[in-house]
Design a protein around this ligand. Structure first.
Ligand code: SF4
Ligand code: SF4
Length: 285
């Protein structure tokens, strides 16, 4: 991604004549119920929520300025939302690589709306860096993934491994997966700037799937997957990815009660699930 920064910041590729980027942040924290799923993914897929809000905003803009063209992005198109949000002054990128706002801490999802018109006033960000001498996120990361310069090594980050890596997770990282089946909130949970989360609206309310244990997710059938997962951000990991993650979580936690499910999964049709279950069973021995 780093090699394409300049290209990705050239928003005229997405909207010819682009003059303005409107950066938007939306808080999603909904409380501290125990879950093996990262907070942002416990409810309805935030992409859908943010897209719907963007649509409403665009509609209102078009009513007043029908000639203005726009291009909206919610963590999908090659728009660097964090960079634009920082430039707009609504926060800054903390040492953990997360975007931190004064009101909501880093419990926010970002989106951007590009316009081919100039507006009356522009942000003069980024907002002041409040990390100071704190290094809590760096010392708390179980895989040592946070590097100097607010950079996170995706190859070592549990969040990346449980969501984006469809193959086997490197063995030395698996032990850190205890209690986590999709994403990781550790570097946000320990952040003192996240101490007073503002409760998000109903749209971010956790779905029943958020309360499922790693054991329940590991043993999930395709029918249960179809019932629980579509419409949530967890769908990105797909059926096999979620069961693989759950097997790692069970092995990492040495959960003896998981033996029957893991013994079934070592004969699974998906190789990464089989391998994860075999690794987990070895940990139970
Ligand atoms: S999400 Fe988890 S693994 Fe990734 S950098 Fe933060 S603490 Fe480390
Ligand atoms: S834990 Fe400390 S260093 Fe890390 S992002 Fe929060 S304030 Fe910054």
């Amino acid at each position: 991604m780093r090699s394409r920064v300049e290209e990705r910041l050239d928003v005229t590729r997405l909207l010819p004549g682009a003059r303005t980027v409107v950066a938007l942040a939306c808080n999603y924290h909904r409380g501290d119920e125990p879950s093996t799923i990262a907070r942002y993914a416990r409810g309805r897929d935030y992409h859908a929520t943010m897209r719907q809000r963007l649509r409403g905003f665009r509609r209102r803009l078009r009513e007043r300025w029908p000639q203005v063209k726009d291009y909206g992005s919610v963590d999908a198109a090659p728009v660097m939302e964090k960079v634009w949000a920082a430039r707009a002054g609504i926060g800054y990128v903390g040492k953990n690589g997360c975007f931190i706002t004064p009101q909501f801490g880093s419990w926010v999802v970002l989106s951007a709306l590009i316009l081919d018109a100039e507006v009356d006033a522009y942000g003069d960000g980024p907002a002041a860096d409040r990390c100071g001498r704190c290094t809590l996120c760096i010392t708390s990361c179980p895989t040592g993934a946070i590097e100097p310069g607010a950079r996170v090594d995706a190859g070592r980050c549990i969040s990346y491994q449980t969501i984006e890596n469809a193959c086997e997770v490197p063995e030395h990282l698996r032990e850190a997966h205890a209690g986590m089946t999709f994403g990781c909130d550790i570097c946000q949970d320990v952040c003192p700037l996240n101490d007073s989360p503002v409760l998000a609206g109903e749209r971010f309310a956790p779905r029943p799937v958020a309360a499922l244990s790693a054991l329940q997710l590991a043993g999930m059938t395709r029918e249960q997957y179809a019932q629980w997962i579509p419409g949530t951000a967890m769908a990105r990991a797909q059926y096999d990815g979620l069961r693989r993650n759950a097997a790692y979580a069970l092995g990492a936690a040495r959960e003896q009660a998981a033996r029957p499910v893991l013994e079934r999964l070592v004969r699974d049709e998906h190789p990464a699930v089989r391998e994860a279950a075999a690794w987990a069973l070895k940990r139970l021995a």
